[in-house]
Structures are given as structure tokens and as C-alpha cells.
Design a protein around this ligand. Structure first.
Ligand SMILES: Nc1ncnc2c1ncn2[C@@H]1O[C@H](COP(=O)(O)OP(=O)(O)OP(=O)(O)O)[C@@H](O)[C@H]1O
Length: 608
């Protein structure tokens, strides 16, 4: 028997188009053909289980072979096979309609072309991206079925002839085109199989090895699995990563189908590098590791796998974002992650605290970017004080309320971004029994802004943004030892000694044992500048402005009383010395000013 025919399509020769535009993704031909072969074996299994097939199933498997001399790649399976009639129906018509649809869509100028190329499963016809001729030799499982051979050279013409084949199943033989000979390299094929076929549900053999794990743990029930299983699977996915902190097993079948395991990696601060670590599968076939639209942005810091046949992969990204299944998946995953964190927090707070350094960026990022997540996380998000103790927001409020509420009823939470550099201020706050939080990671400036918005009657101030008396303003007015004229004189002396327009001098009564001079950068100024640095809020111009500091002179400090009494030529010298000491305590003294300070200090010591 030989039959020649014409594949009926509406579009003129589509192969040049497929070849040209799928260039970057040529390797997916193997994913498509191997998953077809796997499907054929799965169908066999099903037929057997429902009693449609009564014979011996044998060991179901798929084999990939490369023959460099013959320039062929052969994908073989012992699945259901096809009769000549089925080839005509499934290959000539169905498979082709997919390819035709692709070209139709591609012609649509408004479509997002990169996305179509990246996500369109071209099925069987993707073989022509790398092959100049494709043969199918197949025998159906049905009793007495005649084996058939189909051949096509990439034009719209095909032939079907009878073939020799004893066993049930299908061989797809690709005669590799000259420009695709890279795919005749064993190493290349192994890499591709490893990427796309690692977890296919039937053993896939290549060069004598089974290259896949047909029963990955996400397909099992959590009750069947131990911690070791989860950790080993993580190793299998990311051989070079540190062990994960904990994980979530996802398992839904209504209203959409989704399984998977998400791991919390050790994050630290290098979270940029760790993206694209979640792999998306559809029935165990790897699809992509760009899960941007399927998983909420902040969850992309997690690692692991998601498997869902309900995610439409053959459509453009804009469609994906609007897809209601994708939205539900997003919400579901967010909720699961929040629940898991809450669970650990409730059941094992010490572990939660130990891991806080690794997970805080992730949780804060989530709270900032997703209101629903904020609502759940606000009860378990932690803040840590300079003593290393952890509090929830509620606990911290209770802890500080009595002592740190100002005269307007506003609770003022104090924080430091660098407990070393801001040591003098931290100590001054502690001397008043104020508590100071450590908020020093990159995300904390945004986190602080969010807390102020969300928490009622609460503001956050960096310890060095005001003098201690003004950080948390209380009603108690401090008496000043100096009268107004003396204060005015003192101010003038300091202004002359400092001689810098960006230092706003003010004389105010403080405790005699507070520092004589205190330099602060107002909270508002600093936040504006921080924002301009990270490029937010149209504050770019602020970045170029010099810092304007407040210099507060402690009217009640004995040094300042001495300055007023000192000889004229000594007044400025002592004032400058006191000012330099304040600069020094904040690491702000350098260059010629530092040299002058050292000289002056040596002189002063020498005098006594
Ligand atoms: N190895 C095979 N054994 C048996 N039938 C096959 C085999 N490969 C392909 N087929 C038949 O040809 C049809 C078309 O295959 P093709 O890969 O183009 O599309 P598909 O698998 O239905 O969808 P997809 O675009 O997701 O791959 C299949 O549905 C199947 O019936």
C-alpha cells in the first residue's frame, strides 16, 4: 500500500515561518515529541485499567536515540500506536491545525510575538524546526492492526505506506537538517532532556540511562513523605544550594488543579539573584521557570515546583494575567504561604525567630506588595530591638506604650539603621529607658513607611533624627540655666565657630549630663534623600541637595556655661572643639577638619 496525499491547510507553506520564528526555542521539539510518546504510554495504561485492553502492558517506557552517522534522532515508545487512518486523522489534521493556528496568531499584528513563540506548544510539527524529513513507524495496540509508515519532508505532501513492525508502539524518526546538526550531539540532547523531561511520569531512557524521576514527590500525598524526602528533592532541584528553611506542599483539585512544593530558601540580602527558581510544570512536563504571572511577585523569592494542567500555556502573557484560573492560583498560593508562616509562628516561635533573618525580607516584601498578605502577616511579622529580642507589632506596642507616648498621644517607636554608628544616640535613648529597634535591611525604609500608614497613632523615628528631648516630646518643660541674652550670645559664638550654612544652630535646655552639642538630621529630610536615592516619588532633586543638619547646643551643660565666661579669643576655640567632638561621635569628622581637631586637642592638653 502506498498513499500520497496533500495536507490540507489554509496557509501556504508554514514550515519556513515555524523555522524562522521559533529560532530561539528550537530545542522544545524534543519536549513535544517525548511528551507525545509519554502520553501514548499513559493512554495505554488507562485502556488497560478500564479493561479496554486485556493484553500484557509490559514495561511502559520511552527511548531516545541519537545516530550521528545516519543523522537521525529517534523517539520510541510502546504506547497505543496508530493505525494508518489514525495517522491521517491525528497527524495530518489535528497536529496540523495547531501549527496553522500558530501561524494565524503570529500574523496578528497586535499579538505579543515573543510570548507566542515562548509559550506555544507546537506539538508534533515542531519536529520540522530541526528535521528536513520526518518518519513515523507505528503499530496500533488494536488486535490485527497493520503497522504503518508516514513520511513527510516538510512540504505539505506526505506518504503513508505499510511498514514492518512487530511490537505495539511508535517510532518518530527525525532526519536532522544540516543547520540543526548541533542536536546530534549526545551532550546537547542530554541537557535538553534534563531540562524538560526530568520528571515525566514514565521512564525515559537515553544512552542506557533512565534520565528522569517518574514519581517526583509533589505527586504524592504529604502524609507519605518525611522531612528527608523534601530535603532530598530540594537537592535534586538545586544541587548547589544550601538546605531550605521549610516548605509548603500545595495540593488542590477544585476549582482548579494544582500540586507543587514551595521551599523557603536561605535568602539573606541577595534576593535579586535568586529569582526564577520556581519551575512550572504541566502534568510533569517542564514548561518554564518564568512564573511571573502565575505566582505573585513577592513569592518569586521562593523555590520549588508548581504543576498545573489548568494554566493556559499556549496564550500570550496579557491573556494569562486576565485568566481567572491564574488569578485564583495567585490568591491560593498567597493564602497557603501566609497560613504556613502563621502555623510555624504559632507552633514553634523559637524556630520562627531563628529564621527571621532569612525570611524577614520575604515577609516584608509580601506585606508591602499585597494587602491580603499584609492582613495575615501583621500578626506574625517581627521587629527586633538592639538587645536582640523579638516582638510582634502588638507586643511591641504594649511594651513601649507607657514610656514612649508623646504629649499628643502619639506612640513613637525609635529605630537605628546602624547601632555602631549611631551608638551615642542609642545610648542616650536607653538612658531614658526608651527601647530602640534594629531596622537595617534594604527593605526596612519601605517597611517603616508602611507601618506608619497602617498603625494608628504611631510614628517611627530614627534615634539620631532629633535630640533626645525632642524625639519623644513630653510635657515636662526643662529649665534653662542661661537667660535669653546668654543663649543668643552662645548661639552666635557657635555659628561663628562652625561657619557652615548647612548647620542650623539652636540653643536648648537639656539634662546637664546630655552631650554639650548634638548634631541631628531630621527624619523628614533623611527619608526624602533616601527616597531620591532609590529613585522613588519624584524626589530626584533632593539627592543633589546638601544635608541640612540641626545642631543643638545644650544650654545646661557646664562646657557651654564655661564658653560664655571664657576670654574672647578662647570662646570660639572651645565651641569648635565641642562641635568637632559631636561630629566625631557620629563619624562625620574627616579631612582637614579632623587634622585641625587633632592639633587643637594636642594644644589644649599641652596647656594644662
Ligand atoms: N507517539 C505517539 N503515539 C501515538 N499517538 C501520537 C504520538 N504522537 C502524536 N500522536 C497523536 O497525534 C496527535 C497530535 O499530536 P500533537 O503533538 O501535534 O498534538 P497534541 O499532543 O494533541 O497537543 P500538544 O500541542 O499539546 O502537543 C496527538 O493528539 C496523538 O493522538
Amino acid at each position: 500500500m502506498e498513499e500520497r496525499g496533500n495536507i490540507s491547510i489554509h496557509t501556504e507553506n508554514i514550515f519556513p515561518i515555524i523555522k524562522k520564528f521559533l529560532y530561539s526555542d528550537h530545542e522544545i521539539f524534543l519536549r513535544e515529541l517525548v511528551s507525545n510518546a509519554v502520553d501514548a504510554t499513559q493512554k495505554m495504561k488507562r485502556l488497560s485499567s478500564i479493561g479496554e485492553y486485556k493484553g500484557d502492558l509490559g514495561e511502559l517506557k520511552v527511548t531516545v536515540k541519537v545516530d550521528k552517522d545516519a543523522k537521525t534522532i529517534t523517539i520510541s515508545d510502546n504506547g497505543i500506536g496508530m493505525t494508518a487512518e489514525e495517522i491521517k486523522k491525528y497527524i495530518n489534521q489535528i497536529a496540523f491545525s495547531g501549527a496553522t493556528e500558530f501561524v494565524e496568531r503570529y500574523k496578528d499584528a497586535s499579538a505579543d510575538k515573543d510570548q507566542i513563540i515562548g509559550q506555544f506548544g507546537l506539538g508534533f510539527y515542531s519536529a520540522f524546526m530541526v528535521a528536513e524529513r520526518v518518519e513515523i513507524v507505528t503499530k496500533s495496540y488494536q488486535e490485527g492492526a497493520a503497522p504503518a509508515r508516514w513520511e513527510c519532508d516538510g512540504s505539505t505532501e506526505f506518504t503513508i505506506t505499510t511498514a514492518e513492525r512487530a511490537e505495539r508502539g511508535t517510532d518518530v524518526i527525525l532526519h536532522i537538517a544540516q543547520d540543526s546538526e548541533e542536536f546530534l550531539e549526545v551532550a546537547r540532547i542530554r541537557t535538553i532532556l534534563d531540562k524538560y523531561c526530568k520528571f515525566l511520569p514514565v521512564p525515559v531512557e537515553f544512552e542506557g540511562d533512565t534520565i528522569n524521576n517518574p514519581n517526583p514527590i509533589w505527586t504524592k500525598q504529604p502524609s507519605e513523605l518525611t522531612d528527608e524526602d523534601y530535603k532530598n528533592f530540594y537537592k535534586e532541584l538545586y544541587p548547589f544550594s544550601e538546605a531550605p528553611l521549610f516548605w509548603i506542599h500545595l495540593n488542590v483539585d477544585y476549582p482548579f488543579n494544582l500540586t507543587g512544593i514551595l521551599y523557603f530558601p536561605k535568602l539573606k540580602n541577595d534576593f535579586e539573584i535568586q529569582r526564577n527558581k520556581i519551575q512550572l510544570y504541566s502534568r510533569q512536563v517542564f514548561i518554564t521557570d518564568e512564573v511571573k504571572d502565575v505566582v505573585p511577585e513577592f513569592l518569586m523569592l521562593l523555590h520549588g515546583v508548581i504543576d498545573s494542567p489548568d494554566i493556559p500555556l499556549n496564550v500570550s502573557r496579557s491573556f494569562l494575567q486576565a485568566d481567572s484560573n491564574v488569578k485564583k492560583i495567585n490568591t491560593y498560593i498567597t493564602k497557603k504561604v501566609a497560613d504556613k508562616l502563621n502555623d510555624i509562628f504559632k507552633k514553634d516561635r523559637p524556630t520562627f525567630e531563628t529564621n527571621w533573618e532569612d525570611i524577614n525580607v520575604f515577609i516584608k516584601y509580601g506585606m508591602l506588595s499585597d494587602d491580603k498578605f499584609y492582613e495575615k502577616a501583621k500578626d506574625f511579622v517581627l521587629v527586633q530591638n538592639t538587645e536582640g529580642k523579638y516582638y510582634t507589632l502588638e507586643e511591641y506596642k504594649e511594651f513601649t506604650q507607657a514610656n514612649q507616648t508623646d504629649k499628643n498621644g502619639q506612640l513613637v517607636m525609635l529605630y537605628t539603621t546602624d547601632a555602631d554608628k549611631q551608638h551615642a544616640f542609642v545610648e542616650a535613648a536607653q538612658n531614658r529607658s526608651y527601647d530602640v529597634l534594629k531596622l537595617d535591611s534594604i527593605i526596612d525604609s519601605h517597611f517603616i513607611g508602611m507601618l506608619e500608614q497602617k498603625l494608628e497613632k504611631t510614628s517611627l523615628k530614627r534615634v539620631d533624627s532629633e535630640t533626645i528631648g525632642k524625639l519623644i516630646e513630653k510635657d515636662e518643660a526643662k529649665d534653662s540655666v542661661l537667660n535669653d541674652t546668654e543663649k543668643e550670645d552662645l548661639k552666635k559664638i557657635y555659628e561663628a565657630a562652625i561657619n557652615n550654612q548647612n548647620m542650623q544652630v539652636e540653643v536648648a535646655p537639656m539634662a546637664p549630663d546630655d552631650a554639650p552639642v548634638i548634631i541631628t538630621l531630621p527624619e523628614f529630610m533623611r527619608r526624602m534623600k533616601d527616597m531620591s536615592k532609590t529613585g522613588g516619588g519624584g524626589m530626584m532633586f533632593m539627592g543633589n541637595m546638601p544635608d541640612t543638619y540641626n545642631v543643638t547646643i545644650n544650654a545646661n551643660h557646664s562646657i557651654n556655661q564655661r564658653i560664655l565666661k571664657a576670654k574672647d579669643d578662647n570662646k570660639e576655640r572651645i565651641a569648635r572643639q565641642a562641635f568637632d567632638l559631636a561630629l566625631l561621635s557620629q563619624n562625620m569628622l574627616s579631612g582637614s577638619a579632623l587634622t585641625a581637631f587633632v592639633k587643637r586637642s594636642v594644644d589644649l592638653i599641652g596647656k594644662e
